[in-house]
Write a protein that binds this ligand. Structure first.
Ligand code: PLP
Length: 392
């Protein structure tokens, strides 16, 4: 069977591959502790579920009209972005997508031509490089110093910009590291980009999951020029425990949103209609659930991070957002007889029945990613197993 060069060259999502193997083992009755999946172990809050159920029963079962999203759902996005980030978007500057992933995909495909360079800070969320390559773009990787938890300084960012740079992808808080830029750091990076004709894709899907008093600033909120040049991407998936609903959104210059809409109308025809009622309820309704879940994540991270950081041969940036720890375990490879993070993760799964994601998927082969979306009991048992594994 001849397959297209595009799909043949595409990497399988490593995060999904690990959780698939762990699921297979679980189905065989093996007790696996899963730190792999990037989703909260919470249920979607009831008031959000009820909004979709009511819409469904009232007959909201046709196509989303328009495909770019129902007006009230876009208005809810505007309400959320004004409330949480101080951003003033109008519904014409907003698109509702089937998942945050699709918002990122469409934003890249709306503006990237073959040969255009896209700056991607490392470690990065798995899908950015592949999405850029699918659009014919050239990912340009850049890593901050370990002493700065891999965050980029203005000089490090400036050093990789060329006349071909069309986009910079920012993701703070970061998946996989949990590291977050503070407002001054964000302003400093925005200053570097101020005079340049390029776009920023700011993936803020973890914007509400901040810990230890960490402050953050939405990239578009830095200044008027930054606002005019930023595509803000978000989704209810993590904040409201809605990964399975496949809802996301983007806000940005109307011209870009229109181009994304064109792509959407020729591909998915938009987000599920009755789910958009749930999106509006999540974003504009009662927000107390967000703080409840955030606090729970903070407690889980507070348990996972110090334990990991104290393990022999392990260094870990402190997560101040999202729900991941991204320890460097490279110093243990020789002793374990593994050559990289994929072999490490495989051996850990086979031997200790703990599923993690190899750092290679995020551009750092010395690291692994552990999600603290799991319950405290799971985290405790999984870390015990990891500790024993490392001592073996
Ligand atoms: N962006 C980042 C940084 C993510 O971690 C994820 C999900 O893991 C997404 C986007 C996509 O989210 P969704 O599940 O809404 O497609």
């Amino acid at each position: 069977m001849k397959l297209s060069a595009r799909t043949l060259n595409l990497e399988e999502s490593a995060t999904l591959a690990v959780s698939a193997k762990a699921s297979r083992m679980k189905a065989e009755g093996i007790d696996v502790i899963t730190f792999g999946a990037g989703e909260p172990e919470f249920h979607t809050p009831d008031h959000i579920k009820q909004a979709a159920i009511a819409a469904l029963l009232e007959g909201a079962t046709g196509y989303s009209k328009p495909a770019s999203g129902l007006k009230f759902a876009k208005e809810a996005v505007c309400t959320k972005l004004a409330r949480d980030a101080g951003l003033n978007y109008t519904p014409e500057q907003v698109i509702i997508t089937p998942g945050g992933k699709m918002a990122v995909f469409q934003a890249i495909h709306a503006v990237i031509d073959p040969g255009d360079e896209v700056v991607i800070p490392v470690p990065y969320w798995v899908s950015y490089p592949e999405m850029v390559r699918l659009a014919g773009g050239v990912p340009v990787f850049v890593t901050g110093r370990r002493e700065n938890d891999y965050k980029l300084t203005p000089d490090e960012l400036a050093a990789v910009l060329t006349p071909r740079t069309r986009m910079v992808i920012m993701n703070s808080p970061c998946n996989p590291s949990g590291v977050t830029y503070n407002p001054d750091e964000t302003r400093a990076l925005a200053n570097v980009l101020a005079e340049r004709d390029l776009l920023v894709l700011s993936d803020e899907i973890y914007d509400q999951l901040l810990y230890h008093g960490q402050q953050a600033l939405s990239f578009a909120a830095v200044s008027e020029p930054a606002f005019a040049r930023t595509i803000t991407v978000n989704a209810p998936s993590k904040t409201y425990a809605m990964t399975g609903w496949r809802l996301g959104y983007a806000a940005g210059p109307a011209e870009i949103i229109k181009a994304m809409d064109k792509l959407q109308s020729q591909t998915t025809s938009g987000a599920c209609t009755f789910n958009q009622y749930a999106l509006a309820e999540a974003l504009a309704g009662d927000q107390t659930v967000v703080e409840e879940m955030r606090r729970e994540f903070e407690a889980r991270g507070n348990y996972m991070y110090p334990r990991l950081a104290s393990m022999r041969g392990v260094w870990c940036p402190k997560p101040t957002g999202a729900f991941f720890c991204f320890p460097n375990v490279g110093a243990t490879y020789a002793n374990l007889g593994v050559s990289g993070s994929v072999e490490f993760a495989d051996l850990l799964l086979e031997r200790a029945r703990v599923a993690v994601v190899p750092g290679l998927a995020f551009g750092m082969d010395d690291h692994i990613r552990l999600s603290f979306g799991a319950t405290l009991a799971h985290i405790d048992e999984g870390l015990n197993r990891l500790e024993q594994f490392l001592a073996s």
